[in-house]
Write a protein that binds this ligand. Structure first.
Ligand code: CDP
Length: 244
């Protein structure tokens, strides 16, 4: 625990004025890019992310094609200018790890078997990083997949819970993440009640873990509502096909 850095005000509030169970301001928009099949944009505080989807399309190189399902290609990437210390242009170990966990999470939701020999590409571009990029990234990716019309069991949304000087906080800020004792990013598909991503950096007791999970669930419920609204905003006005 880092006692030297002050992360709460004298009267026990978070430095940015939020309560312990409050997320930063969230903005979501669907269909923000023209040149891909599906796209989304998300802002979580100062974190800004685009997600873009291509496909389903023919898998390349062909030897990677699977006879009974589509393959999912995924890339989580931070723009060089997204962090204060100019990130190297290539993929860092961290980006390779986040690509892996996000891909594995999304794979559990997409009906890949509906598109044999095909590929679906998901790109997550972090334009500005200020904590919470993997969870906001997977939230945006699931919206972009829905925008592309890819059949999925459910959308998923993610948020982190941090432990900061002994207290659990929803959606840790960069400072809280950096100096806190634990950080637990989690993404859930709420309708099917499935956890699609769960990582834990640091330690929590079992009771803290349970409390963190319920804190995250509440945050995810509100993100899910915003996702549905963002999709409705794009598709409102498009008439439903008539059923014979
Ligand atoms: O972004 P997320 O919270 O999912 O992942 P993290 O590895 O816990 O990183 C927390 C934050 O540290 C990022 O969101 C960035 O704001 C910052 N960071 C950075 O400044 N430079 C990096 N190379 C990596 C992360």
């Amino acid at each position: 625990m880092n006692e030297t850095v002050r992360l709460f005000t004298e009267d026990g509030k978070r430095l940015d004025g939020r309560s312990f169970d409050q997320m930063r301001k969230v903005r979501m928009e669907v269909g923000v890019l023209d040149k891909c099949d599906g796209s989304a944009y998300i802002e979580l505080g100062k974190t800004k992310i685009f997600a873009a989807v291509y496909g389903p399309k023919e898998a390349h190189p062909r030897h990677l094609a699977q006879p009974h399902r589509a393959i999912l290609n995924c890339r989580y990437h931070m723009a060089t200018f997204s962090v204060s210390d100019r990130k190297p242009a290539g993929m860092t170990r961290r980006e390779i790890e986040l690509t892996k966990v996000i891909k594995e999470g999304l794979e559990t939701l997409i009906f890949l078997e509906e598109f044999p020999r095909s590929a679906i590409d998901v790109f997550i571009e972090i334009i500005q990083a200020d904590a919470g990029t993997r969870t906001a990234g997977i939230t945006a990716a699931s919206l972009a997949l829905a925008d592309a019309g890819i059949p999925m069991m459910d959308l998923c949304a993610g948020i982190a819970v941090g432990k900061v000087q002994g207290k659990l906080v929803l959606d840790p800020s960069e400072e809280e993440d950096k100096y806190g004792e634990a950080d637990m990013p989690i993404a859930i598909a709420p309708r099917i009640n499935s956890i699609v991503l769960l990582q834990l950096n640091g330690r929590l007791t079992i009771d803290e873990f349970k409390e963190a999970l319920s804190l995250a669930r509440r945050g995810i419920e509100s993100l899910y509502e915003l996702q549905r609204k963002a999709l409705k905003n794009k598709f409102a006005g498009i008439e439903e096909p008539e059923v014979e």
